[in-house]
Design a protein around this ligand. Structure first.
Ligand code: PLP
Length: 391
């Protein structure tokens, strides 16, 4: 009888945990910058925290590769370190990349400012016109980048079509799967070559570290590791330890967040003080059928616009009691933020509005509080926003 392959929940708990150190059920923090050289013959095989190969790094790499269903994985000092190191490994001056519009603000800035300054050109493809993607491919095009669920409008592009397009045109398909998590979507199974995360968010899940990850074929991940070793954005062993601990509960956290976000999105969509709700789990959402077909859950992120003016938004934020007004996402606490003032504040206002991000758009990262408490609190804050408007 063949051994059954473990399911995601089991991998989250057990993958990468062997061998145990002196019987310890939890891998200790190896707070040592350097290690005896042994028989290392290459620079990249010396053991040193910046070379990303301490026991804490190796355990995490094995766990993340198992979760994503890839040969290999690598952790970084932040999500932006993962993204920038990955892109700088794969692209050279003169190269060209294609990207989905409406990406996380930091990613957008990296592509349009930092990579452009290095002579790496880009075009944004129209998500609603797959037939037009071919026309954007140049001889120098190397890569296509997208997000599984975009930030903050939670759009879902035709991901299998994008991966198939990349394969057909010989491009590397990279995806930021931060909002989806491996619980809801595993991109490697749908043809993506490299899957990155801001592990700061759901993967760690406790709002207490910044970290990033990339998973994919060993040859590509190894090339990215060599670049990371030179650029130096290594994750500290204590942060590795926290990320490994956070990952063990990923499935139960994300499933609870899927449920509460759906309940909140439905509630807001039916509320007279709310003009528009963005959440792929709502049947009225333009990407609903696609998200339903691809994802195990619609995620813990949603955004919405109030019916009132900007002052109503201020009153709403001031009246909230449970959610914390703060950037970032994926932790146990519900966080709300205005992307125009946080994740997308670096974009000029016209670029932001062209992407459909209104100044009053509220983004919500639904936490692990009781959904009923959240709904009640949103209700009282929406009433506070309305009362003052009519008064
Ligand atoms: N990708 C997405 C989708 C994000 O939301 C973020 C941060 O908010 C990042 C990448 C960058 O991650 P980090 O803040 O860990 O560098």
């Amino acid at each position: 009888m063949s051994t059954p392959s473990p399911r995601l929940e089991t991998l989250l708990v057990h993958a990468g945990e062997e061998p145990r150190v002196d019987g310890a059920v939890t891998l200790p923090v190896f707070q040592s910058s350097t290690y005896e050289s042994g028989d290392a013959s290459s620079y990249h095989d010396l053991r040193y925290i910046r070379l990303n190969n301490t026991p804490n790094h190796r355990a995490l790499h094995a766990k993340l590769a198992a979760l994503e269903g890839t040969e290999s994985a690598l952790v970084f000092g932040s999500g932006m370190a993962a993204l920038s190191t990955m892109l700088l490994t794969l692209l050279r001056p003169g190269d060209h990349l294609l990207a989905q519009p409406g990406l996380y603000g930091g990613t957008h800035e990296l592509i349009v400012k930092d990579l452009a300054a290095l002579g790496i050109e880009h075009d944004f493809l129209d998500p609603d016109d797959p037939a037009g993607w071919d026309r954007l491919v140049r001889p120098a095009t190397r890569l296509v980048h997208c997000e599984a669920i975009t930030n903050p409008l939670v759009r879902v592009i035709d991901l299998p079509a994008l991966a198939a397009f990349a394969k057909r045109r010989g491009l590397i398909a990279t995806i930021d799967a931060t909002f989806a998590t491996p619980v809801n979507f595993r991109p490697a199974a749908h043809g993506f070559d490299l899957v990155m995360h801001s592990a700061t968010k759901y993967l760690n899940g406790h709002s207490d570290i910044v970290a990033g990850s990339v998973a994919g074929p060993a040859a590509l991940v190894d090339a990215i590791r060599h670049k990371l070793n030179h650029l130096g954005a290594a994750l500290d062993p204590h942060a590795c330890f926290l990320l490994q601990r956070g990952l063990k509960t990923l499935a139960v956290r994300v499933r609870a967040q899927n449920q509460s976000a759906l309940a909140l999105a439905e509630h807001l969509a039916a509320h007279p003080a709310v003009a528009r709700v963005h959440y792929p789990g709502l049947p009225s959402n333009p990407d609903h059928a696609r998200a339903r077909a691809l994802f195990q859950g619609f995620g813990g992120m949603l955004s919405f616009e109030l019916a009132g003016d900007d002052a109503a938004v201020e009153r709403f934020l001031a009246a909230l009691r449970l959610p914390i007004v703060a950037p970032s996402l994926g932790g146990p606490e519900t966080l709300v933020t205005l992307p125009a003032r946080s994740s997308h504040s670096g974009l000029d206002p016209s670029a932001r509005r062209a992407q459909g991000i209104a100044d009053g758009l509220v983004r919500v990262s639904v936490g692990l509080e009781a959904a009923e408490d959240l709904l009640e609190d949103f209700d009282q804050a929406l009433s506070a926003a309305r009362v003052a408007r009519s008064g």
